[in-house]
Design a protein around this ligand. Structure first.
Ligand SMILES: Cc1cc2nc3c(=O)[nH]c(=O)nc-3n(C[C@H](O)[C@H](O)[C@H](O)COP(=O)(O)OP(=O)(O)OC[C@H]3O[C@@H](n4cnc5c(N)ncnc54)[C@H](O)[C@@H]3O)c2cc1C
Length: 393
């Protein structure tokens, strides 16, 4: 048993940002809370052993937590706010599970929903949303991360088939036995999307080992060697890199919500610890410097909440611009890092123990700070928007 009880959700909402949430959106949040309460007790162990609890993906599917706001026949639709709250709550529990939502729903499912044929949608949307199949999204390559627009994986036609060759890196669910949306360059130089079932000959994936972050989900390094797929597996709506970007832009706000979830967990653990831990004969909460640090964390957390809820509203009205989502990600992963490291410090030595949760969140934030466009890439996107001058190269 841990020495301190830091796990309970405190529902921090200093500005009553979440007070007016409609009932259906709140219901999605409550389903996510139910899931987190089930899953959290086992996540430190999975993280420690670097094991991916795949059975929990199915459970998230049963609770309709994976669709990330995409309409899937047979499932109750989720507003952008509901999808955000789910991202937040699952990440408040655990970042690896939050990343499952981002990869399975945010990227794989969304790619097929945006760009797939009716047959592809019939085949994949339901099974991915219900967690019966695992989905992944393979854009990044060993030599192309921030400049993924320069990807080198090739796709050439051969009779009625396509042949894929190349390498991918960091692909969540890429070695888990499901379907991978592979982004590759055709003979005309256009980036297109291809559905590759992972048991297709020539698809070789290895789990990346030795990660110090998101240890309870597997990312893969993939080699594609003469992978043959039928024309029916080409996403008809993805014909240019801007079609790939459309998927990424839609998931960027989800990462901002995830950062909010991590930061909420870290702040609430720090507050609970300050009330339980006694030094110099007083609870830490009694010391002025501790109160100042809690105030700093709360102020940043509240600003993160405002970014998320406001943009969910613009998104619902179809008015959110891509660089506004960039700004939310830029702001929120940066603030989440601050909050987690402050919380870690406030817990002293206990802050590095997994049993107190903060160190897991602190390490996991490092990944979400990087994926879906690093902080610097978001800054370049915002900078180009406000100055009219691109500064990428
Ligand atoms: C845990 C994890 C999960 C991931 N999951 C997936 C996935 O499922 N699918 C997928 O396709 N990808 C995935 N990624 C890849 C992720 O999107 C990339 O890591 C990210 O885009 C950054 O690329 P990079 O790591 O190659 O860093 P690089 O692009 O090499 O960047 C290194 C540093 O240089 C900076 N930099 C780069 N260009 C510029 C510039 N023009 N100006 C100033 N600074 C610059 C960056 O900001 C960064 O700080 C994942 C990554 C991680 C860590």
């Amino acid at each position: 048993m841990p020495d301190y009880d830091l796990q309970a959700a405190l529902d921090t909402d200093y500005y009553a940002v979440f007070e007016g949430i409609p009932g259906t959106d709140r219901a999605a949040w409550e389903r996510a809370r139910e899931f987190v309460e089930e899953a959290l007790p086992v996540m430190n162990g999975h993280w420690d052993r670097a094991e991916y609890p795949v059975h929990l993906v199915k459970r998230m599917g049963e609770l309709n937590l994976l669709a990330d706001g995409i309409e899937v026949p047979g499932l109750e639709p989720m507003s952008p706010l509901a999808a955000g709250l789910v991202n937040m709550e699952v990440s408040r529990g655990d970042g690896s599970l939050g990343t499952v939502v981002a990869v399975q729903g945010g990227l794989a499912l969304r790619s097929i929903a945006f760009h797939g044929s009716p047959e592809q949608k019939d085949r994949w949307l339901g099974p991915l949303a219900r967690g019966e199949e695992l989905g992944s999204f393979a854009l990044t390559e060993p030599d192309h991360g921030s400049d993924s627009v320069s990807l080198e994986t090739t796709a050439r036609r051969d009779g009625g088939e396509w042949v894929l060759d190349g390498e991918k890196k960091w692909i969540g669910n890429g070695a888990s036995g499901g379907v991978t949306v592979v982004w590759a360059r055709d003979e005309d130089g256009n980036v297109r999307g291809f559905l590759v079932e992972q048991d297709t000959p020539g698809y070789r994936a290895e789990v990346i080992e030795g990660k110090g972050s998101l240890r309870a989900i597997h990312q893969a390094r993939i080699r594609l060697e003469g992978v043959r797929i039928p024309e029916a597996n080409v996403l008809p709506g993805a014909r240019r890199f801007k079609d790939t970007s459309r998927v990424l832009v839609a998931t960027r706000l989800g990462v901002a919500w995830s950062a909010l979830g991590h930061a909420t967990a870290a702040y609430e653990a720090a507050l609970a610890y300050a009330q339980q831990r006694v030094q110099f004969g007083q609870r830490l909460a009694k010391f002025q410097l501790v109160q100042d640090r809690l105030s700093q964390m709360l102020a940043e957390l509240t600003s993160m909440q405002l970014h998320c809820v406001h943009l969910a509203g613009l998104d619902a009205e179809g008015r959110m611009r891509p660089t506004q989502a960039s700004m939310a990600k830029y702001h929120n992963t940066r603030k989440a890092r601050f909050i987690a490291s402050t919380a870690r410090d406030l817990l002293g030595g206990n802050g590095i123990l997994l049993e107190n949760h903060v160190i897991r969140h602190m390490m996991d934030i490092e990944s979400i700070h990087t994926y879906e466009g690093t902080e610097s890439v978001q800054a370049l996107l915002i900078g180009r928007d406000v100055t009219g001058v691109g500064a990428f190269v």
